[in-house]
Design a protein around this ligand. Structure first.
Ligand code: HEC
Length: 122
């Protein structure tokens, strides 16, 4: 259900932004993703995504370490839906009402730049 809603919201976003999907410059995207990450995410997830940002110690649930194998094995869609919808009973709240679909895509792309996807656990 939430995946369906997510697809609905993201395709609605695509309509709003027009040819966003076609005209994307990936280097520009990553720079943008980095800026978004540093503004909104770094305080919990840390500059290298290890879950050790300055606010991490104040949280009841530790922020995800994106460098962990468990996190690297997640698909972009998994990560993106955590960003869009947030996680239940967690300080990780939803961002769909604060960031555009393009920004959420860019920030996930940035996470994958600092902590690349790995298909299997070692
Ligand atoms: C207030 C602190 C806080 C902020 C700010 C924050 N997060 Fe999180 N995030 C968390 C916590 C805590 C978790 C782990 C939640 C859990 O395990 O229940 C998490 C989990 C996640 C996950 C799930 C990862 C996985 O492997 O399942 C993603 C993706 C994520 N955050 C991305 C982001 C992005 C992108 C931003 C900025 C737009 C952001 N977070 C901002 C605290 C934060």
């Amino acid at each position: 259900m939430s995946v369906l809603l997510y697809l609905l919201v993201s395709s609605f976003g695509l309509l709003l932004i027009g040819s966003e999907g076609l005209a994307q410059d990936s280097s520009e995207d990553q720079a943008n993703g980095q800026g978004i990450y540093e503004t909104h995410c770094l305080r919990c997830h840390g500059s290298n995504g290890e879950g050790n940002g300055p606010d991490a110690s104040t949280l009841t649930v530790p922020p995800t370490n994106f460098q962990s194998v468990e996190s690297r094995m997640k698909s972009d869609l998994d990560l993106r839906s955590a960003v869009v919808w947030g996680l239940a009973f967690s300080p990780m709240h939803q961002w769909f009402d604060k960031l555009t679909p393009q920004e959420m895509r860019a920030v996930v792309q940035y996470i994958r730049q600092i902590a690349p996807f790995e298909a299997t656990a070692h």
